[in-house]
Design a binder for this molecule. Structure first.
Ligand code: F6R
Length: 235
């Protein structure tokens, strides 16, 4: 893994932007995208740039189950608000959180990932080391699946909702096996709450206890972390 340490999320977003710019220039046309606080500075950079994604595909990692795309808390709405209204992709895919048939939706997503292999996958990391909604204990080979969110993730994500009881309990997520298929992976981590997860991901054992440690098996990973998130790394 290549680790880039930056001052803060602003600087990190600028570095991440450069990774997108280079990938696009080199012919990458399928971008795996993430939500949450972490990629916001990257999306600001992408939104303000003249990069042209009109011939590119975007595929998001995950979506809450039980929310309509139009729900302001959905990841569809997040992507619209933070990126897609500024940058149009040829096609943008997210799991359908309102799908009636869960198994059919999982199959649709896996087929999409086969049709559009991800060239660059953007990731954040949870305080417990999750990537996508793959919580500790997830298999490293799993593809898209339905996940029960852990209590810690529900608590962490409740900051985006009026009340913790409004946080959905289930989500669709690409699996770690799906994520590892990407040609290149870019993970961003900002703030002291991510420090334990970052050191476990990079310098801990390869273990399902830290889902992000699976990235140690991937040949082309860039980690951009700010000083606070990188504070526990030992050199
Ligand atoms: C989001 C996602 C999650 C987040 C993680 C960190 O699509 O898949 O794994 O990346 O929960 O969230 P933030 O960035 O809000 O700290």
């Amino acid at each position: 893994m290549k680790v880039i340490i930056v001052k803060d999320a602003q600087e990190g977003g600028k570095k991440a932007f450069k990774v997108f710019q280079k990938a696009l220039k080199n012919g990458t046309n399928v971008f795996g995208l993430a939500t949450g606080s972490t990629p916001l500075t990257t999306y600001v950079q992408l939104a303000a740039s003249d990069l042209d994604f009109s011939e590119s595909i975007s595929i998001n990692l995950d979506e809450y189950i039980g929310l309509q795309a139009a729900d302001p808390q959905s990841y569809h709405a997040y992507m619209q608000k933070n990126l897609f209204r500024f940058k149009k992709f040829k096609h943008s895919f997210l799991p359908n959180g309102a799908a009636k048939d869960v198994q059919a939706e999982i199959k649709r997503y896996d087929q999409l990932l086969v049709k559009y292999p991800v060239g660059l996958q953007l990731l954040g990391i949870g305080q417990n080391g999750h990537i996508g909604f793959n919580e500790p204990g997830s298999s490293f080979t799993e593809k898209t699946h339905k996940v029960a969110l852990t209590e810690s993730t529900i608590q962490a994500n409740s900051r985006f909702f009026d009340n913790v009881v409004d946080v959905p309990r289930f989500a669709f997520s690409m699996g770690i096996g799906s994520i590892l298929q990407a040609k290149q992976i870019l993970l961003e981590a900002y703030g002291p709450k991510k420090a334990a997860a970052v050191v476990a991901m990079i310098q801990g054992p390869l273990s399902e206890a830290c889902p992000a440690s699976a990235l140690q098996q991937h040949p082309n990973v860039i980690v951009i972390a700010d000083v606070a998130a990188a504070a526990k790394l030992k050199y």
